[in-house]
Every structure is written in structure tokens, then in C-alpha cells.
Design a protein around this ligand. Structure first.
Ligand code: GLY
Length: 378
């Protein structure tokens, strides 16, 4: 139990996840959300829990952090579903990364080699073996990597569950409540200014995703290097005879967009995503939707017949080195939990747990130490 009064700026999965964890420990928490809680990047995401599929040789710490968060998922889901009294659609079928042409296979082989060098639990499959696992795959698929431990969760259900669980535990949530200024006095964060006035906090957590660098009041030197990276997405309705069971990701050496297909329990098939540096522009484009449909159709030709349910776009909070920015800052009582880029849903449990631990003990654990803001200040 902590007597500290905590304010969290941002009601996405990161803010809600930390808020829920803190509220469970008996801490008084208030979240200020600029729009509707969980309706920005958290809502737009596909919910892939994919530390292996998204692993890069040059990002070993991020891979380790993602794998640690994935390992927390089963227990975290159980606790969240119990508090929220609803399912969040956690599925463990695994992920297939597929290639269709010789160039793709070459790239896939390169990825497989780096995954092996990192000691990851992945398996190389030929086209026939891949289709045994996922019959919806095109006969053109010539090779695949099976990442059996890369799972998925229905992020929109997760948002609803987190919101419910947070409030059920006594957390306070203000929506449509923009933070005008973070108030820093003599090197210490003391609270926030909203349209309703000043709100005092003993600890302030900045979890505002791609808006984290937009809030006034921070000294210039510590503005988190977070920018929006647009992703266009769409959802199809699976029908009898055209169902996908596993998460499928394509490697397309010659096209600008590799796609992923993520099947949901309710029959939706999520297809994503473009990756565009367009600032805060969230418009859908013909080219973006075309690339998604072409990529999905090449890997799973049966999707041609499926009803198109929804198109949308979201803004990933990308940091300068693709890793999140977590923990203490040079301003006393100001903590960052932002910049989760392509891995926000995956990293929610570990972020919530580690940031809560930091607040309750004032100690930075070895797990989040590599992700502190100070790596950009050196
Ligand atoms: N993690 C998937 C994406 O950012 O598109």
C-alpha cells in the first residue's frame, strides 16, 4: 500500500495497465486521457505478441524484454479477466512467417539465421509443411518460419477489460481531458494543468504514446524522442471454408509492405499494416489499402471472397531506437512509460509491473534500466 498520489497522463493500454497495477496495490491513481481511453494506438493495434517474429539481431535487449513480457501473459490475462469479468481473446496458436518468391525465401533464411544465432525457438518449414499447419496458405508459399510461441490477444477486448478492472479497483479516469502543461518547480514535477485547473501529484507518469513529446512544461532537454508512425489496417469477415487459425506474416522482398493476418475469435481477420512517417496524418490511402489487400491475398488467396468490415489507421509511438522509454527522468517525481512503438500490447504487462515496482520501491530494476531516458542524454 502506498500513500502517494499518482497521476498518469494517457489512458492507452500502458497508462491503464500501470493504473490497474497501482490501484491493485491500494495506491490512489488518476488517469487523464486527451480523448477516449484506449481508442488510439491501443485500439488500432493487431494484438500480436511477437517478440520472435519482430526480433532484430541489433535489438537484443528489446527481444529479451518482449520475451519476458510474453512469459507474463498467461498469468496477467487470468488476473485481468478475473477483475474485469470478461475474456480478452488470448490465443496461443503461434505465428507463421511466410515467403512466396525466391527473393522472399532468401530474406526469410536470413531472418531464420539471425533467430537461430539469438537462440530462439523457431522452426524452418517448406511450403507443404507450412500448409499442414495453416491450410489457408497459398500453394505459392515456398518456405516459412514457425514461431510457435508468438501468440496474440484481442487488443480491443483488452482495452475494455483494463478500463473496467482499473475502475473496479478504484482508479479514477478523466476522458476528453487534455493536459495543458506538466508543472515542474525547482527540478521536481508537482502536478498537471488541465482545463479545470492545477492537479497536484506526488508522482507523475507520462504515458501519452505518440503525443508524449507534445505536452508543454518539460525542460527541452528531456522531451522524450517519440514520434507518430502511421499504420493503415483493415478487417475482413472470415467465412466457412476460408478461415485462418494462426497469425501469418509475410516477407516480401520486392514490395514496400509486408503484411500480417491475425484471426480473431469472433471471425474477424485483421490485416495490417503500413508503416509511414506522416506526422499526425491518419488518412487512409488507396495505395495503403491496396498494399494490404494484395499482400494478404497473395499469402491467403481465399480472402478475395471475404466481406471487408472495416478500415482504420493508427499512430505507433516510435522512439529513436525503437525501444520504449521507461523509468526515472532528470526531473524528480516524473516517470516515463512511452515510446512502445510496434510492441505496446506485448509490453503492457511488464511495463505495468516494473513501473509499479519502481513507484512503490523507488528502485529501478535491472530489467528496465536499459530503457531509461538517459540513454538518449549521454
Ligand atoms: N506490431 C505490429 C505493427 O506495429 O504493425
Amino acid at each position: 500500500m502506498s500513500n502517494k498520489k499518482i497521476i498518469i497522463i494517457g489512458g492507452g493500454v500502458i497508462g491503464l495497465g500501470i493504473g490497474w497495477q497501482l490501484a491493485k496495490s491500494g495506491t490512489a491513481v488518476t488517469i487523464y486521457e486527451r480523448a477516449q481511453a484506449g481508442r488510439a494506438a491501443s485500439w488500432a493495434a493487431a494484438g500480436m505478441l511477437a517478440p520472435l517474429a519482430e526480433a532484430h539481431r541489433e535489438e537484443p535487449e528489446l527481444l529479451k524484454f518482449g520475451s519476458q513480457s510474453l512469459a507474463r501473459y498467461p498469468q496477467w490475462v487470468e488476473a485481468l479477466e478475473a477483475d474485469a469479468e470478461m475474456s480478452i481473446g488470448y490465443r496461443v496458436e503461434g505465428t507463421l512467417i511466410v515467403g512466396l518468391e525466391p527473393d522472399d525465401t532468401h530474406q526469410l533464411r536470413h531472418l531464420y539465421t539471425s533467430q537461430q544465432e539469438l537462440g530462439l525457438d523457431v522452426e524452418w518449414l517448406n511450403g507443404r509443411e507450412a500448409r499442414e499447419i495453416e491450410s489457408a496458405l497459398s500453394p505459392r508459399v515456398t518456405a516459412a518460419i514457425h514461431c510457435a510461441t508468438d501468440h496474440q490477444v484481442d487488443n480491443r477486448l483488452m482495452v475494455q477489460a483494463l478500463r473496467r478492472a482499473y475502475q473496479m479497483r478504484g482508479g479514477i479516469l478523466y476522458e476528453n481531458s487534455t493536459i495543458k502543461r506538466i508543472v515542474v518547480e525547482n527540478g521536481t514535477a508537482t502536478g498537471v494543468q488541465t482545463q479545470d485547473g492545477f492537479h497536484e501529484a506526488e508522482v507523475l507518469i507520462l504515458a501519452a504514446g505518440c503525443w508524449s513529446a507534445q505536452i508543454d512544461g518539460l525542460p527541452d532537454t528531456i522531451i522524450p524522442p517519440v514520434r507518430p508512425v502511421k499504420g493503415q489496417m483493415l478487417a475482413l469477415q472470415m467465412e466457412e471454408g476460408i478461415t485462418v487459425k494462426n497469425v501469418i506474416r509475410t516477407v516480401r522482398a520486392r514490395y514496400p509492405t509486408s503484411v500480417y493476418l491475425v484471426p480473431r475469435n469472433d471471425g474477424r481477420l485483421i490485416v495490417g499494416a503500413t508503416s509511414e512517417e506522416m506526422g499526425f496524418d491518419t488518412r487512409l490511402t488507396a495505395g495503403g489499402v491496396f498494399e494490404l489487400l494484395r499482400g494478404a491475398w497473395e499469402a491467403v488467396p481465399g480472402i478475395y471472397e471475404l466481406p471487408l468490415l472495416e478500415t482504420w489507421s493508427g499512430l505507433r509511438p516510435g522512439s529513436r531506437d525503437n525501444a520504449p522509454i521507461l523509468g526515472k527522468t532528470p526531473v524528480e517525481n516524473l516517470i516515463y512509460a512511452t515510446g512502445h512503438y510496434r510492441n505496446g500490447i506485448l509490453l503492457t504487462p511488464i511495463t505495468a509491473y516494473e513501473i509499479t515496482k519502481l513507484i512503490l520501491t523507488s528502485e529501478t530494476s535491472e530489467i528496465i534500466a536499459p530503457f531509461q531516458l538517459d540513454r538518449f542524454l549521454k
